[in-house]
Design a protein around this ligand. Structure first.
Ligand SMILES: C[S@@+](CC[C@H](N)C(=O)[O-])C[C@H]1O[C@@H](n2cnc3c(N)ncnc32)[C@H](O)[C@@H]1O
Length: 243
């Protein structure tokens, strides 16, 4: 189980409320920040997620922790009939709703305010479920994953895109230097919430990745679990299914 890292050290709020507050605060700058901190490579990783999901020709897709909706918007290229983006931050969703309207996708993509650990969907509903840079923020990882397994259709596809930590020299050392020293400075410069990017690098370092996350997915009940490290291992795409 990962250490429970929260954004605000001296807060009485639970992790979930703190995470929602932090993302509400940074929502206006989130998209720009995202591109800067990943040098734009996240776009390539997202396209890989699209490729994996599109192979199964899904009709219904759920993008959990959708934030400002980038992955949900990309999923429209699968020609799915129904795409739902779910998030606990109303601020992030508001930005997403505008982007979806601008792209004339409001008929296909619906943004829903809700908690991944207690979702308002029936069992075995979605052909495909995605989560990009979200599972690390769940208050209780196992609870969120169990909910995902519940609403995924048998033989459906579940894809996670999440940061991970490179294991090899010199990428490991480069990554540590970047996340400890550079990332918090970029966060402070760009965002109104100077704790936010300290939290992001701390939570990334503490979160299980690779075989450790594979094993958690298997323990929950997912099958065909595969981890595909991206860009020297700074991110990993996980794909899994359900019996
Ligand atoms: C780093 S952002 C990722 C946003 C988006 N998926 C992307 O790829 O840009 C993490 C998002 O997870 C959301 N989140 C965290 N915990 C959540 C939960 N329990 N249920 C739903 N969303 C959650 C946050 O509000 C935030 O918008």
């Amino acid at each position: 189980m990962s250490k429970n890292i929260t954004p605000y050290k001296n807060s009485d709020l639970g992790k979930k409320e703190q995470v929602a507050k932090m993302f509400d605060t940074i929502s206006g700058n989130y998209d720009n920040l995202n591109r800067v901190i990943s040098f734009g490579i996240d776009i390539k990783w997202r396209k890989k997620v699209l490729e994996i999901v599109a192979k199964s020709n899904p009709e219904t897709i759920l993008d959990i922790a959708t934030g400002t909706g980038d992955l949900a918007i990309l999923m429209a290229q699968t020609n799915a009939k129904q795409i739902i983006g779910l998030d606990i931050s109303s601020g992030m969703l508001e930005v997403g709703v505008k982007k979806i309207a601008d792209k004339k996708l409001s008929n296909t993509i619906e943004m829903v305010l809700g908690d991944s650990e207690n979702m308002p969907f029936e069992d075995d509903y979605f052909d495909a479920i995605t989560v990009a840079f979200g599972v690390r923020n769940f208050e209780t990882l196992e609870k969120g994953l169990k909910e995902i397994l519940r609403v995924l259709k048998p033989n459906g596809v579940f894809v996670i895109l999440e940061t991970s930590v490179p294991g090899k020299f010199p990428y490991k050392q480069g990554y540590n230097f970047y996340s400890k020293n550079i990332l918090p400075i970029i966060g402070k410069l760009f965002s109104k919430d100077d704790v936010a990017y300290g939290y992001l690098s701390e939570s990334a370092a503490a979160f299980p990745y690779g075989e450790a996350l594979n094993n958690i997915l298997r323990k929950i009940g997912f099958i065909d679990v595969i981890a595909l490290p991206q860009t020297f291992g700074v991110a990993t795409i996980y794909s899994a299914s359900k019996n």
